[in-house]
Design a binder for this molecule. Structure first.
Ligand SMILES: Nc1ncnc2c1ncn2[C@@H]1O[C@H](COP(=O)(O)OP(=O)(O)OP(=O)(O)O)[C@@H](O)[C@H]1O
Ligand SMILES: [Mg+2]
Length: 337
């Protein structure tokens, strides 16, 4: 049986149901990313797990213990917040040891545990500094150490990296991931950054309008999106209707389908090139080419639609081109979905 078991969980604010029958089973030591657009219910799910908001129906169990109606302090789940939520008048060590003091640990035991955690999160030597003197990345590491100090059964993190600048964010992202692997804690991390979810999570739950639309490994979510919403959300920015595809369509496509694919999966050829016989072939004219650093992104007019296609070389505006998308890169759904 799974370590954390969420079954048929329903949450509402007044009459507004914001989580619909959520089922999620998390293994011990696993990191699950909750990914989804703003307002889809990610924070609400974490709050329900922590016991900050009541459950309308359904159940939450950890290691076989039903905690659905337990008070927050009886759950042994800790939350790391986007805003860090540290005590500003406390030192680093006092912040990290706070939960242990509340649990009536003695001073030497707290000091020993805090010293261990300072090493774990790479803040050795900063124990006696006020947290207000730290950078954002350092503060978030204090928040993480404080959460880990009490050895929670489940650690939940609500967009822990979104207040950090891009470079620090990448570092802390890898630090959290390697800590999770080393210490083996079970965790749920909320993000609306797909890259973050792909890098950090063992499995990703993509949420949409209060339900989990797909749960799977990062590879499965990325390469085999289950619905048009997920294909779009995971960056397959090109969308075509099969009815519009008349010429050069080598892969057999049934009627009434929508097809999604990433601009990075499109190869641009000269209009006269004979391309591979599999996949999708589309003729068009380059409308625009933009330099992205590692490659160029082109807008290509194909019939009445503009598609995006990436290439390491820049194709001139007005050049007639032939686009090829290999079959595995095509995400095809019934148009009615
Ligand atoms: N305290 C509240 N009272 C009433 N409605 C709320 C409350 N908190 C959240 N909601 C509603 O519940 C829905 C889900 O909100 P939630 O904060 O869980 O979204 P989220 O996925 O965390 O979004 P974001 O990415 O913006 O943080 C939203 O429609 C929101 O308006
Ligand atoms: Mg939120």
């Amino acid at each position: 049986m799974s370590y954390l078991q969420i079954q048929q969980l329903k949450i509402s604010y007044g009459d507004n149901v914001v989580l619909h029958d959520i089922d999620l089973a998390v293994n011990k030591g696993e990191m699950i990313a909750l990914l989804g657009p703003s307002g889809c219910g990610k924070t609400t799910l974490l709050n329900a797990l922590c016991g900050f908001i009541p459950v309308r129906s359904g159940s939450i169990a950890i290691d076989g213990r039903n905690i659905t109606t337990c008070a927050p302090e009886q759950r042994n789940i800790t939350m790391v917040f986007q805003s860090y939520a540290l005590w500003p008048h406390f030192t680093v060590a006092q912040n990290i040891g706070y939960g242990l003091k509340v649990r009536k640990w003695n001073k030497p035991a707290i000091a020993k545990r805090v010293a261990e955690l300072l090493e774990i999160v790479n803040l050795g030597g900063l124990a006696d500094i006020k947290v207000t003197a730290l950078s954002g990345g350092q503060r978030q590491r204090v928040a993480l150490a404080r959460a880990l100090a009490i050895e929670p059964d489940v650690l939940v993190l609500d967009e822990p990296l979104s207040n950090l600048d891009a470079k620090v964010r990448l570092n802390v992202r890898h630090e959290i991931k390697s800590l999770q692997k080393k210490l083996g804690f079970t965790s749920l991390i909320v993000t609306h950054d797909q890259q973050e979810a792909l890098v950090m999570a063992d499995r990703i739950a993509v949420m949409h309008q209060g339900h989990i639309e797909q749960l799977g490994t990062p590879e499965a979510i990325y390469h085999r999106p289950a619905t048009p919403f997920i294909a779009d959300f995971m960056g397959a920015e090109n969308r075509l209707h099969s009815a519009g595809l008349v010429a050069h369509q080598a892969t057999s496509l049934e009627k009434d389908k929508v097809i999604y694919f990433r601009s990075s999966d499109v190869a641009i050829h000269s209009a006269s090139d004979a391309c591979a016989s599999e996949g999708l072939l589309l003729d068009g004219v380059v409308e625009q080419s933009a330099f992205l650093g590692h490659q160029y992104r082109h807008s290509v007019r194909c019939n009445d639609q503009t598609l995006l296609a990436d290439s390491v070389r820049s194709w001139p505006v007005n050049a007639p081109v032939r686009l090829h998308v290999p079959t595995p890169a095509l995400h095809i759904f019934a148009a009615s979905l």
